[in-house]
Design a protein around this ligand. Structure first.
Ligand SMILES: O=C(O)[C@@H](O)[C@@H](O)[C@H](O)[C@H](O)CO
Ligand SMILES: [Mg+2]
Length: 402
């Protein structure tokens, strides 16, 4: 079997997605997600200019060998652009292997370890009352785990608060939107938010919260401590992770479980946090961490330390990534939870898929391969739109972490 073509498709049904399609001499094709939010075209160029020529004529069954070729062969290892490109190739090859075998990819990985994949949805609102109503709506929809984010009085553009219901799209304009950040206001507000959510909705539902890199380690420790009584499933990205040792300080002060890793792109980024048991959930995901092959390396290391997976699943990860993540999640022994931010109808039409939601769980379905396709005619109707993620500044104008 030989790869005869590899094409990059950029489409923007509400937001930008980059998809790689690999075709073979046996008429079987596979697709992979290569979306890097706000930096999409860098990955398009990496794929078209540097990887596609390397793929032509190769045997698509040699997934591991091609992964090693692209990883080692670049000389310049790792980094989000390189690893998103490698991820797309890896996903497309697993898709092809599944289609040849006539099996969903989770069967090739070792089969299902569970009946369904526990997911968490996003409830958010401009203030506490509306956020609490949103949590109620998610409970009615059947969710068992819900991420809660709310607007904060005096903070312009708090992270995680959407402009409409169900969909949250932070990359909202061609040049970054400027938001404000106020740590003191947030630290006062967050415990009040969770107190009200627990008061209204009780303790039977799992609650999660994303701090989105906004705090220093000691502030993060303080927040974790003040939220302990509300028994969060996790507190995410509580402080920037360039220095993993910062998490020692957080850990020393709180038993609120910690989740990190949505911006990681290799097992090496995860190693120090995992080996020192500084986190409870690793958030690396298929599209940014080297595909299913990269994620297998990460989850195997994590399993040794009882760290569980909690793959990133925001809407900037396309349904192709979601399908791959769900095949991985259904198999991976040390699964924790999967993020599930719903895509818009337009996006779902461009990427028809076999995964489905019921009772708080997603299932990848049993279509051969990843269980997702791209409707290329429809995709062509939504041209690329330059969009970047927002930035955040403090009240005095100092640049902060968005
Ligand atoms: O946990 C999450 O889903 C996030 O932190 C994302 O919304 C993140 O901001 C985006 O994926 C950035 O592209
Ligand atoms: Mg996050």
């Amino acid at each position: 079997m030989k790869i005869t073509s590899a094409r990059v498709i950029v489409t923007s049904p509400g937001r930008n997605f980059v998809t790689l399609k690999i075709e073979t001499d046996q008429g079987i094709s596979g697709i992979g997600d290569a979306t890097l939010n706000g930096r999409e075209m860098a990955v398009v160029s990496y794929l078209e200019d540097h990887l596609v020529p390397l793929l032509l004529g190769r045997d698509p069954h040699r997934i591991e060998d091609i992964w090693q070729l692209l990883y080692r062969g670049a000389y310049w290892r790792r980094g989000p652009v390189t690893m998103s490109a490698i991820s797309a190739v890896d996903m497309a090859l697993w898709d092809i292997k599944g289609k040849v075998a006539g099996l969903p990819v989770y069967q090739l990985l070792g089969g299902a370890s569970r009946d369904g994949v526990l997911v968490y949805g996003h409830a958010n609102g401009p203030d506490i009352d509306e956020t609490i109503d949103e949590v109620g709506r998610y409970i009615e929809l059947g969710y068992r785990a819900i991420r809660v984010q709310s607007g904060i009085p005096g903070v312009k553009g708090a992270y995680g608060v959407g402009r409409g219901q169900m969909y949250y799209e932070p990359a909202d304009s061609a040049l970054p939107t400027e938001t404000r950040w106020d740590t003191a206001a947030y630290l006062n507000f967050a415990p009040k938010l969770f107190e009200k959510v627990r008061e209204t909705h009780g303790f039977d539902i799992e609650l999660l919260h994303d701090v989105h890199h906004r705090l220093t380690p000691i502030e993060a420790a303080k927040l974790g401590k003040s939220l302990e009584q509300f028994r969060l499933f996790w507190m995410e990205d509580c402080t920037p992770v360039e220095n993993p040792q910062a998490f020692r300080l957080v850990r020393k002060h709180t038993v609120t479980p910690l989740a990190v890793g949505e911006i990681f792109n290799s097992v090496h980024d995860c190693r120090e946090l995992i080996e020192n048991q500084l986190i409870d959930y690793i958030r690396a995901t298929v599209v940014h961490a080297g595909g299913i092959t990269g994620l297998k390396q990460i989850s195997s290391l994590a399993a040794l330390y009882q760290v569980r997976t909690g793959c990133h699943g925001a809407t900037d990860l396309s349904p192709v990534c979601m399908a791959a993540a769900l095949n991985f999640d259904l198999w991976v022994p040390n699964f924790g939870i999967q993020e599930y931010m719903r895509h818009t109808e337009e996006t779902n039409e461009v990427f028809p898929h076999s995964y489905s939601f019921a009772d708080g769980y997603l299932h990848p379905g049993d279509s051969p391969g990843l269980g997702v396709e791209i409707d290329e005619d429809l995709a062509a109707k939504y041209p690329y739109e330059p969009r970047q993620l927002p930035v955040a500044r403090l009240a005095d104008g100092t640049m902060w972490n968005w």
